[in-house]
Design a protein around this ligand. Structure first.
Ligand code: ARG
Length: 471
């Protein structure tokens, strides 16, 4: 097929080179953005007297026809036409003749691809924000479903202090709130209009960039044409956002995998969200969590790849930049899928309160509370820590827990122990007593739940704003 840029070439492109340089296999997914951008561009060209209104009408109608063809599956993308931009432009010219050749006036594929990708990322941010919101809602629902369940809290994966299960869940809610905020930053960086930068230096035609920005609902315009065609920060910001989000999901995954093991048995996942083994009939594996944990690696890989692609690139456009898309698209798909399955899986998850309680009965999660008890009776904390430590050591040799000790035994360690010690180190007391702001007491967690709900209300407003720019 003859090339749109074929004028200065005497020879055909090597088939292998054609295949190597082509991006149509992946950038075809930006066809809607490409067509919307071209319609806005042609309309502006006509309004500025650069092409006739008749040509603009032909172009617009032709592009709408192509859009319908693509959506109906009646469009064959050609590798020889390199990318989405030239596939559509070539088809347009076949459809409407000479007017089609006027569309690319005052434009380059460099600012065109930048425009398409900005719009695509903006739209995907809106979708992902919705899915993120839904996962936060699922986490909140899970927390509310088990308001009184107490579980061991861990540090170093060793039992540390008892906490409310809902408190643990809410920690993830607030991680995702930060992800939601970071996503807002991606949105702002994507919401800048690059068209009109031309190949790199602007154009000799009297274009109106503001008009295009308004038509495509951009709130800002790139101030510098070189920057407009070579900026990929918004993609890097998206990949950074995605990497941190996946890191959060990976941490949650690790806990779900542990908790669903026979050793922990803290939770039971729904059969619908697990898979079996082809050889071991008893197996029920938490594959979703394992895959999300695993896919975190590929998202990090895409971030590293893009940072490396952009490193050392001279201004302005270089073909290296075409490498921005596959990692971006794969990250978008991975994040969307992960968020969706996770929300469903959490909704189907059952918490095994008995197993959590059993774990707490046999451990020393209340040792800090014993020390705090002695502090409240006047002992300096360091000494109280020592006394409680000695009690733990004694229990370990006697195969007892702290609540098994009689007052007589306790008095051997400190005369400050009195009858009220048993109540002071009961699991319920341990949890209720951690009533400092943001702590695990039921009163604090109740407050935090309220905060989480108002966070969602605020986020809902952002969601509404994001979807307003959808095509
Ligand atoms: N497919 C190209 C990309 O994704 C479009 C821009 C091509 N520009 C060029 N001068 N070859 O980057």
């Amino acid at each position: 097929m003859s090339k749109l840029w074929g004028g200065r070439f005497a020879k055909n492109t090597d088939v292998m080179v054609e295949e190597f340089t082509s991006s149509i296999s992946f950038d075809s997914r930006m066809y809607r953005q490409d067509i919307a951008g071209s319609i806005a561009h042609a309309t502006m060209l006509a309004n500025c007297g650069i092409i006739t209104q008749e040509d603009a009408k032909l172009i617009t109608d032709g592009l709408k026809g192509i859009l319908a063809d693509i959506e109906a599956g009646n469009f064959s993308f050609e590798v020889s036409l390199e990318d989405i931009h030239m596939n559509i432009e070539k088809r347009l010219t076949e459809r409407i003749g000479a007017a089609g050749g006027r569309l690319h006036t005052a434009r380059s594929r460099n600012d065109q691809v930048a425009l398409d990708t900005h719009m695509y990322v903006r739209e995907q941010v809106a979708d992902i924000a919705k899915l993120l919101f839904d996962l936060q809602q699922a986490i909140l629902d899970t927390a509310q479903k088990y308001p009184e369940v107490i579980m061991p809290g861990y540090t170093h994966l060793q039992r540390a202090q008892p906490i409310l299960f809902s408190h643990h869940m809410l920690a993830y809610f607030f991680m995702l709130e930060r992800d939601f905020r970071r996503l807002g930053g991606v949105w702002e960086s994507a919401d800048i209009m690059p068209l009109g930068a031309g190949a790199l230096a602007g154009t000799t035609f009297p274009i109106d960039r503001e008009q295009v920005a308004r038509a495509l609902k951009f709130s800002r315009i790139y101030e510098n044409s070189l920057d407009a065609v070579s900026d990929r920060d918004y993609i890097l910001e998206f990949l950074s956002f995605a990497s941190i989000l996946m890191m959060h999901l990976s941490r949650l995954s690790e806990e779900i995998i542990l908790w669903s093991s026979t050793e922990f048995s803290f939770i039971e996942l729904d059969d619908a969200h697990c898979t079996g083994s082809s050889i071991m009939p008893q197996k029920k594996n938490p594959d979703v969590s394992e895959l999300v944990r695993g896919k975190t690696g590929r998202v990090y890989g895409h971030l590293m790849a893009m940072l490396t692609v952009a490193k050392g690139l001279p201004l302005a456009y270089n073909k290296d930049l075409q490498e921005d898309k596959e990692g971006l698209f794969d990250t978008i798909d991975t994040v969307k899928f992960s968020l969706t399955v996770y929300a469903a899986m959490l909704r189907g998850m059952k918490v095994n309160e008995k197993a959590m309680r059993q774990a707490l009965k046999t451990d020393f999660s209340n040792a800090t509370d014993m020390a705090d008890y002695l502090v409240k009776k006047g002992l300096p904390f360091r000494q109280a820590h020592e006394v409680a430590g000695k009690c733990v050591a004694y229990c370990l040799t006697e195969q007892k827990t702290l609540t098994d000790l009689s007052l007589q035994e306790l008095k051997e360690f400190s005369p400050l122990f009195e009858d009220d010690i048993l109540e002071a180190i009961s699991i319920e007391t341990c949890v209720a007593a951690r009533n400092s702001l943001g702590g695990t007491s039921p009163a604090q967690v109740g407050q935090t739940l309220g905060v989480a709900k108002s966070v969602l209300e605020k986020q809902q407003k952002r969601l509404d704003m994001y979807t307003k720019t959808n095509l």
